[in-house]
Design a protein around this ligand. Structure first.
Ligand code: GRG
Length: 297
C-alpha cells in the first residue's frame, strides 16, 4: 500500500463519470447538472479513503472502484442538497456557483436525487456481475451495506436533520458531537469500513480502523468549523464566516477557537494511537490526519 493521496485522486478523477448510465437526451439537463457538480473539483477524500482502506486490508482497488465512485456520488448529492436555499443557502461550492445557482432549485434537487440513485445502481450492478462467483459476494454486500447505512437515516441524513433542527438554538457539546459524528463522520467511517471489507481485514484491523475513522470524521468537521473562522475563501472554494452569519452551531461558536484546536489535537492523537504502533504500513492514514491538523493552523 504505497500510493499517495494524489495517485488515488487521479484514479478517482479518471473514472468519475464511468458509472453514470446513458441518460436519454430528452432529460439531458439531468446529466449536465450531475456532471457539473461532480467535475467541479473536490478533495475526493471519501473515495480515496475507500481505495486506501481496501489496499490496506490486502484488497485490489479494481474491486473497490464502483464503491469508491458511488460514495463520491453520494457525497456530491449531499453537498448539492445542503447548498439549497431550504438548507444552507450557499452560492459557492468547490470554487464555482452552487448547482441551484446554475440549474435552478428544482433541477438541483433532481441532480442530487440522480446522483444518490446512481450510486446505488452502480453498487448493485457490480453485485450482479458476481452471481456466478458467490464467494465474491459477501465482501461487496458488506461494503454496499456500510455505505447505505452511513449515508442514511442512522448516519448523514440523521445528522443533517438534527443540524437543521438545532439552528438558532443553544445546544450541548454532546448534541453538537452527535450532529458532527453523523452529518460528516458517518460517511467518512463508511468509506473506510467499506474499503476494508473489500479487502480481507482481520477483526483487530476493523476495530482499530473504526477508532481511527471515528476520530478522523469528528476531526474533519472540527477542522471545517475552524476553517470557517480562520480560512481563506479562495483557497477553500467556498465562502467563509458563513456559519457565524447563519448563527450555526459549530465547535468554534460553542467552545471558542482555542478549545476547538485542543479537541482537534486530542482526536488526532487518538487516531494516530489507534494505528501507528500496530502497523508499519499505515503511513497513508497517519499522514492524512497530520495534514488535516496542519491545514487548519
Ligand atoms: C443533504 C442529507 C444531506 C446531508 C448534507 C455533507 C453535508 C450533509 C453537509 C455539508 C455541510 C458541511 C459544509 C459540512 C462540513 C464538512 C464537510 C462535509 C465538508 C464538505 O466535504 P469536503 O470538504 O468537500 O470533503 P469536497 O468539496 O472537497 O468534496
Amino acid at each position: 500500500m504505497d500510493r499517495t493521496y494524489e495517485e488515488y485522486k487521479e484514479i478517482i478523477n479518471k473514472h468519475l463519470l464511468d458509472f453514470i448510465p446513458v441518460i436519454d437526451n430528452k432529460s439531458i439537463s439531468l446529466y449536465d447538472s450531475m456532471k457539473y457538480s461532480l467535475t467541479a473539483g473536490g478533495k475526493r477524500l471519501r473515495p480515496i479513503l475507500l481505495l486506501a482502506s481496501c489496499e490496506f486490508a490486502g484488497g485490489d482497488i479494481k474491486d473497490a472502484l464502483p464503491y469508491a465512485i458511488a460514495i463520491e456520488y453520494i457525497h456530491t448529492y449531499s453537498l448539492i442538497h445542503d447548498d439549497l436555499p431550504a438548507m444552507d443557502n450557499d452560492d459557492l461550492r468547490r470554487g464555482l456557483p452552487t448547482n441551484h445557482k446554475v440549474y435552478g432549485e428544482a433541477q438541483a434537487i433532481l441532480a442530487g436525487d440522480g446522483l444518490l440513485n446512481t450510486a446505488f445502481e452502480a453498487m448493485n450492478k457490480d453485485l450482479m456481475m458476481y452471481f456466478d462467483e458467490p464467494e465474491q459476494l459477501p465482501k461487496r454486500i458488506k461494503a454496499a451495506y456500510e455505505i447505505a447505512k452511513g449515508a442514511g437515516v442512522r448516519g448523514m441524513v440523521a445528522g443533517q436533520t438534527s443540524d437543521i433542527e438545532s439552528e438558532e438554538t443553544d445546544i450541548s457539546n454532546e448534541m453538537l458531537e452527535y450532529i458532527h459524528i453523523n452529518k460528516t463522520g458517518a460517511l467518512i467511517k463508511a468509506a473506510i469500513k467499506a474499503g476494508l471489507y473489500l479487502g480481507d481485514p482481520d477483526p483487530d484491523m476493523i476495530e482499530r480502523m473504526d477508532r481511527y475513522a471515528e476520530n478522523l470524521g469528528l476531526s474533519f468537521q472540527i477542522a471545517d468549523d475552524i476553517l470557517d473562522v480562520v480560512g481563506d475563501a479562495a483557497e477553500l472554494g467556498k465562502n467563509v464566516g458563513q456559519d457565524q452569519k447563519d448563527h450555526k452551531n459549530t465547535y468554534t461558536s460553542i467552545n471558542g477557537l482555542e478549545q476547538a484546536y485542543k479537541r482537534l489535537d486530542e482526536l488526532s492523537d487518538d487516531a494516530l494511537k489507534a494505528i501507528s504502533d500496530y502497523y508499519d504500513n499505515a503511513e497513508f492514514f497517519a499522514n492524512l490526519i497530520r495534514e488535516l491538523k496542519n491545514r487548519s493552523k
